[in-house]
Design a protein around this ligand. Structure first.
Ligand SMILES: [Zn+2]
Length: 297
């Protein structure tokens, strides 16, 4: 019984990793775009999130996703009545291929300025060749794309009166970025302004080495400290509207079922955000303790 159970657990934990490189059908299945805030729209797929921030001076796109995603994102942008060529700035949540492989095409077609957090700049400019996990089947290469502006923790990106703040939440990638903005949601009182958080990513898999062993160095110097810092940063962020680089982070498909009745307010989920951060931290700390214990033996 125990053997069967551990096999099942192994499958459970290895399952998501195995589909990572080939991709997951929910990454490429389109869904109708929808509005989240007055100036914020969802233009991604069923699970790969992409956000359009619209301003009178042009628009900001967060996440270009897979190499095959730009045409899907463009169709969503245009279905909402916006113009692909109005995208002036491209941002991202992290430099892995599922959020960044489409960047070269987006930049080529829109001439958007590509802005990337310091730790991920070389990964983006080499198409993941310098990712600390590379070479790995989980780190597919993608078309390299020039970085026009290097962001640092706390930097802001402003366009047409809208300001986004870049929070460095490193570990998953060295420049993993959580974006925040404040905005009004359709259907709420005019004076109600909500804190919106778009989580970049907090996960890891068995290739991540937080502790050096005789046979293997840490994935990169300071990785464990980066994760710890990420969790304290995320815990401190005020959050009303919980979003992220994958729909799965914030249970998007479940929340969308209530959208026809309740509108964008379905994404107001401060409790779900806190739980997500607490769960992610617990998962990390367990893995860290396990790696530390393995070294101590
Ligand atoms: Zn990733």
């Amino acid at each position: 019984m125990r053997a069967i159970l551990s096999c099942l657990l192994l499958l459970l934990f290895c399952g998501p990793k195995l589909v990572l490189a080939e991709g997951n059908p929910s990454w490429t299945t389109p869904i109708a775009p929808f509005r989240i805030a007055d100036n914020l729209y969802y233009v991604g797929s069923q699970d790969l999130a992409s956000y359009l921030v619209v301003t009178p001076k042009g628009d900001i796109l967060i996440n270009a996703n897979l190499a095959t995603s730009p045409s899907q994102i463009r169709a969503s942008v245009e279905a909402l009545g916006f113009h692909w060529s109005d995208i002036k700035v491209l941002l991202n949540g992290q430099a892995h291929f599922d959020h960044m492989a489409g960047a070269a095409e987006v930049v080529r077609e829109t001439h958007a300025k590509n802005m990337v957090m310091d730790g991920d700049v070389s990964v983006v400019e080499t198409g993941a060749r310098t990712d600390f996990l590379s070479p790995s089947p989980n780190i597919p290469r993608y078309a390299p794309v020039h970085v026009d502006r290097v962001l640092h923790d706390g930097d802001t990106v402003s366009l047409g009166g809208v300001t986004l703040t870049a929070h460095k939440t490193a570990g998953h990638t060295r420049g993993c970025t959580t974006w925040t903005m404040r905005s009004h949601l359709p259907g709420e009182p005019a004076e109600t302004i909500r804190n919106i958080v778009i989580v970049g990513g907090t996960g890891f898999w068995s290739e991540y080495h937080f502790v050096a062993t005789a046979g293997h160095p840490v994935s990169y110097p300071g990785i464990a400290q980066d994760f710890q810092h990420t969790f304290s940063t995320l815990r401190a962020l005020p959050c009303d509207v919980f979003l992220g680089a994958h729909g799965g982070y914030f249970d998007m498909l479940t929340k969308l079922k209530r959208y026809p009745q309740d509108g964008p307010r379905v994404f107001i989920d401060p409790v779900g955000y806190k739980e997500y951060v607490a769960d992610a931290q617990e998962t990390f700390e367990k893995a860290l303790s396990k790696q530390e214990a393995a070294v101590a033996h």
